[in-house]
Design a protein around this ligand. Sequence first.
Ligand SMILES: NC(=O)c1ccc[n+]([C@@H]2O[C@H](COP(=O)([O-])OP(=O)(O)OC[C@H]3O[C@@H](n4cnc5c(N)ncnc54)[C@H](O)[C@@H]3O)[C@@H](O)[C@H]2O)c1
Ligand SMILES: N[C@@H](CCC=O)C(=O)O
Length: 515
Amino acid sequence: MVQPYKHEPLTDFTVEANRKAFEEALTKVEAELGKDYPLIIGGERVTTDEKIVSINPANKTEVIGRVSKANKELAEKAMKVADEAFKWWSKTKPEARADILFRAAAIVRRRKHEFSALMVKEAGKPWKEADADTAEAIDFMEYYARQMLKLKDGIPVESRPGETNRFFYIPLGVGVVISPWNFPFAIMAGTTVASLVTGNTVLLKPASATPVVAYKFAEVLEEAGLPAGVLNYIPGSGSEVGDYLVDHPRTRFISFTGSRDVGIRIYERAAKVHPGQIWLKRVIAEMGGKDAIVVDKEADLELAAQSIVASAFGFSGQKCSACSRAIVVEDVYDQVLNRVVELTKQLKVGDPAEQSTFMGPVIDQSAYNKIMEYIEIGKQEGRLMTGGEGDDSKGFFIQPTVIADVDPNARIMQEEIFGPVVAFAKAKDFDHALEIANNTEYGLTGAVISRNRANLEKAREEFHVGNLYFNRGCTGAIVGYQPFGGFNMSGTDSKAGGPDYLILHMQAKTVSEMF
Ligand SMILES: NC(=O)c1ccc[n+]([C@@H]2O[C@H](COP(=O)([O-])OP(=O)(O)OC[C@H]3O[C@@H](n4cnc5c(N)ncnc54)[C@H](O)[C@@H]3O)[C@@H](O)[C@H]2O)c1
Ligand SMILES: N[C@@H](CCC=O)C(=O)O
């Protein structure tokens, strides 16, 4: 009997034993740095001459691993293997597939700190952020396994005398899973296992900045009993391997998480029917955000400031859910702004391997350059209150930055920066604040800090985001509790970690029998 789902608790690092265990995990990970990792195609380890070199963004000279890089030929080989494996994997019992996820979750739980420590090194995540990422990966496995058990017999439909009708779900085919670096474990694992547990086979192309954690996860699934060929691990260039697989006539669906521009490219390319293709590809896309926290005049202003700071600067603002806009009603604007500046100045920026670090580096040189350019734009568009400086001599460090008095149509109020930068805009009243909040092409997360019930109810109706939070920050959705995903240019309106997510990976079949 399966226990009811409960999310994985986060680690309390004030407990000495937990702190020590995490330090030991860091030491273990450090001892393994610089190793070579092959591709996995049909269970076979394939080594290529060309490598993706994964580095520590906090220390550019530290190599996390050298990972073999797939090209079109190897992607084609992996496609053939996955296509063949689909024939029998799609017929395995849903219970057996769910059991693999339960076992994999148990394996990861036992090695929890090791995975988190690897993300400290490979993604520059501070301890707490890495711990939350691993917990979320466990949650996805536990939750989707249970969801599959609920869906396995389909949903009852009506029948008439002399007729029996059945309605149930069958898998789609080969899925291409393309994941981002910012939740290198949770999102990579969640999108992979959702595809697998529903009976599909998978070609996993992880982000090039974080391929090692994905390799370790592929190993866990093997250990949990996933047969060879069902999951194929093929890191490679997005434009080479990504385009090739998106265009491939045997690709049945694409599960993509990443930026708006790449998402649009995939959506467009997937729509084209290629010779030999006998279906319309499905695209599940989770894209960017330009998320806002709205502060009402009747509000707990300390809560507002704390929520803005945590949501704007957690993991250096590199979350699609990050608060990059603070929209504050004019009556309390100065108070909230000043308190946010005060709290921001207290944040410790540094090596994420140190427990006391709140904010580590940004992911790489191109992210660093892009964010610093946005800070320059922000200085023209508003008033720099704190931060604004960067240092890429050792790692890619940028100070948490607050820019005040920004026009709602300014670039830093419209474009996703994906770094530790928050813009403040002043609203005349609550209605105006909601109008500003909705004034972007995205619609991912948002929060409202208010004690006014009528205003909260208005926001419930009118704040057009996939994840709306009241009296808390706008990051940190929990699998099964706050299904996650946005509207408009934030994606295809799907909800990861929600009750209808697995259905996106299947097709419904109706069988009607007369007797
Ligand atoms: N909505 C969500 O749930 C969610 C979650 C996490 C991240 N994101 C978004 O992801 C972005 C940050 O992640 P990123 O920098 O890794 O995004 P990205 O779009 O640069 O890359 C995402 C993935 O797409 C691959 N890719 C690149 N070009 C491709 C192509 N032509 N064809 C196929 N694949 C290709 C990359 O190699 C990577 O694996 C941000 O915009 C963030 O908001 C969204
Ligand atoms: N699900 C995460 C964000 C994922 C995107 O980066 C959150 O809710 O903060």
